[in-house]
Design a protein. Structure first.
Length: 439
């Protein structure tokens, strides 16, 4: 009888518990897998139960690794997210089981007047069911109210994983030192541990877990607000540049228009007196003056013309070959500020990359782009030193944030000493779709 109960607990209920954990794990990842994936996982779980001793920390660690491997292979989740969510699900199930186990240990002595075999069987089955239901409820709460894998910054996942592993280790220690050993006195009567205290510890462990998740949610919100604040600072800087440039060009244009009659009168007088050569020289000087009033980069968007003209002018003064073949309808459905954020960050990075190159190397920056259907495609290509690891800093993060704002994407490609930044924005051509997109 004892052997059959042990077999039932170890293989049947243990495998069912692992399979239920895999179901909660998949749901928490917001994924869907086919039925045969569950059967494959169940087979792996049975093999793990047969190989690894039950009730040990090694078994729990192996179960976490099995869940993480399933998330990586079957759900196509990155390694950090797979490991974090696997540890989270296993810890929730362990704490739920510990709470139910403590409750059973508190209530069981009160049932001494009944048949102990039947009471023991009832407690065993009901304990499994209640612990699984409570674990499923907690996983559902985490999935719905706290976070999902897309909202967690990959570099901050270990801030959640470390306290999670600490709670996990303490919980495992409680299970191994308290519930895995039965202590009796000299007469053979079982000596009960203070299960009320253990119950409080288990509840505090679950509460601590939810507090860590709540702090994670606040942290993710802080990082999102920090990114938005960085974008606003970029907007303010771009607006200030645009206003200063617009004022300067307005003053030059005003002065030129004020003197245009005098210029025409001078040219007329020179032609009337037969001094054609001097008149041509004067016209050439006027062409130079008018050239200063025109934009060096013509994209059909005045704001982009000013910004790209400033950035490419700086690059040209540094000996960098520049080329701009960017054509934008005006208006094009993208806010001028957002275009400035993309181009200012991309061109600042390009100028900095060219500046860090060796003096004899070819330095160039090329901008191209066009509207194609509902898509705005932009490409910024520049030369760079071609060595070292590329990291996405604040500038490229701002570009990516703008691309995601328009439901687009940003990608980077390097080949040798060539760096190419691709930006795609989705822009509905129907005007009534644009406010909906911006929302």
């Amino acid at each position: 009888m004892a052997d059959s109960i042990d077999f039932f607990n170890k293989y049947i209920m243990g495998s069912a518990e692992m399979l239920f954990g895999f179901y909660c794990y998949v749901k928490m990842l917001h994924k869907r897998v086919r039925l045969w994936f569950y059967l494959l996982f169940a087979a792996c779980a049975v093999c793990m139960v047969r190989i690894i001793p039950s009730g040990t920390m090694i078994e729990t660690g192996a179960y976490i690794l099995l869940l993480a491997a399933g998330g990586k292979a079957l759900c196509h989740t990155d390694k950090k997210s797979a490991l974090l969510y696997a540890a989270l699900v296993v810890e929730i199930m362990q704490l739920s089981h510990g709470i139910v186990n403590s409750l059973s240990s508190v209530v069981y002595p009160l049932m001494s007047c009944f048949d102990q075999n039947r009471v023991g069987m009832i407690f065993m089955f009901s304990g499994y069911v209640v612990s699984l239901l409570s674990a499923g409820l907690c996983c559902h709460m985490v999935r719905r109210y706290f976070f999902c894998c897309e909202t967690i910054e990959k570099q901050y996942m270990f801030l959640i994983l470390i306290p999670l592993l600490m709670i996990f280790t303490m919980d495992e220690y409680i299970h191994s030192s308290i519930y895995s050993m039965v202590v009796t006195d000299g007469s053979g009567v079982m000596v009960y541990t203070n299960h009320y205290q253990m119950l409080i510890i288990q509840f505090l462990g679950m509460a601590s877990l939810f507090c860590v998740l709540a702090a994670c949610k606040k942290l993710a919100r802080y990082f999102r607000i920090s990114t938005e604040l960085s974008l606003l600072e970029q907007e303010e800087h771009s607006l200030r540049q645009y206003v200063d440039e617009a004022k300067a060009r307005y003053e030059k244009t005003k002065s030129f228009r004020h003197d245009i009659r005098n210029h025409i009168a001078v040219i007329k007088k020179l032609l009337q007196t037969g001094r054609e050569e001097q008149a041509l020289d004067y016209i050439r000087d006027m062409e130079d003056m008018s050239e200063e009033l025109s934009f060096p980069c013509s994209t059909n968007n005045p704001v982009v013309d000013i910004l790209a003209g400033n950035k490419l002018g700086i690059a040209k003064s540094m000996g960098i070959d520049v080329c701009c073949r960017l054509l934008l309808p005006y208006p094009c459905g993208v806010r001028d500020i957002d275009l400035c954020i993309i181009l200012s960050n991309a061109l600042d990075n390009a100028v900095c990359a060219c500046k860090n190159m060796d003096g004899a190397a070819e330095k160039y920056i090329r901008i191209s782009g066009r509207i194609q259907g509902d898509f705005l495609l932009m490409e910024i290509e520049n030369s760079f030193q071609g060595r070292g690891m590329l990291r996405e800093g604040t500038g490229l993060s701002n570009v990516r944030a703008v691309a995601e704002k328009y439901h687009g994407a940003m990608s980077i490609k390097t080949q040798g000493t060539v760096f190419v930044l691709h930006v795609m924005l989705i822009i509905p051509q129907h005007s009534e779709d644009i406010p909906r997109q911006m929302d």
